[in-house]
Design a protein around this ligand. Structure first.
Ligand code: 0O2
Length: 224
């Protein structure tokens, strides 16, 4: 299924399903649990950042954002993947309801943070997609992790899935602009813009590598 035009009949149907689905008490409870899981992972990342800041006088990441996927995006994804709409299936099959985006200055900090996070003994790594090593055809670069994270409720411990996207500032800048193209309805020169965006992605990747090299040289010079 391609992008749904917001005036199409399919979109209106999905909007209605999403409205009905997200009103239930079970949905709201689940969303609260996802929110708690995001807070857990966000705290873990903030702890790593604070520790680095104290020990090495630098921050591995510059920015962290959390978001819950909205009901219509959830329903759209379930339809696209031919999943029957139910809370149970949503929790079992959709892994990016709780999302965290971590924006780093340098590529190597992305891998360092991802390794440190997944090494923590209460976290399990469910899936890892490395679109930095293997960029998408359009030029998209990011490291995506799906984590299983425990949350401690009043009477039980429950594991929740959280998606963490790691990007450099340059990759994030690119993805924000490309995202705009994806959701614009009528663009006559979309192909040309895609090609220009792909060029930008390649140029930014070279720049990311060069900035990292320069940082190393500055660090080395400081040690002499
Ligand atoms: P939003 O608004 O972030 O929720 P799939 O099964 O492959 O269809 P999956 O496995 O979730 O879905 O895909 P993937 O590749 O892990 O990517 C999911 C998210 O990564 C997207 O979320 C985007 O945030 C981001 N992303 C992936 N590819 C691109 C891309 O080409 N351009 C940009 N700008 N972002 C991308 P959603 O669900 O699209 O939206």
């Amino acid at each position: 299924m391609g992008l749904l035009n917001e005036f199409s009949e399919d979109y209106v149907n999905m909007e209605n399903i999403a409205k009905w689905f997200s009103k239930g008490e079970g949905y709201m409870k689940l969303m609260t649990e996802y929110r708690c899981a995001m807070m857990e992972v966000e705290t873990k990342l903030n702890v790593l950042n604070a520790e680095f800041s104290l020990q090495y006088d630098r921050n591995p990441f510059e920015q962290i954002e959390t978001r819950l996927k909205n009901p219509i995006s959830i329903i759209e994804k379930m339809c696209r993947k031919n999943i029957d709409i139910s809370l149970e299936n949503m929790e079992k099959e959709i892994f990016d309801i709780a999302g965290i985006r971590v924006v780093c200055s340098f590529k190597e900090d992305i891998y360092m943070l991802a390794d440190m996070l997944t090494a923590q003994d209460d976290i399990s790594l469910i899936e890892r997609k490395d679109y930095i090593e293997f960029p998408k055809k359009n030029g998209y670069r990011s490291l995506h992790l799906i984590l299983d994270v425990p949350i401690f409720l009043s009477n039980c411990k429950k594991y929740m899935k959280v998606e963490v996207q790691f990007r450099t500032i340059a990759m994030d800048f690119w993805a924000s602009l490309e995202h705009k193209l994806k959701y614009k309805k009528e663009i006559s020169n979309a192909e040309e813009i895609s090609a220009r965006l792909k060029n930008c992605a390649d140029t930014l990747a070279v720049m990311d590598n060069e900035m990292q090299e320069i940082r190393h040289e500055i660090d080395l010079a400081g040690e002499l």
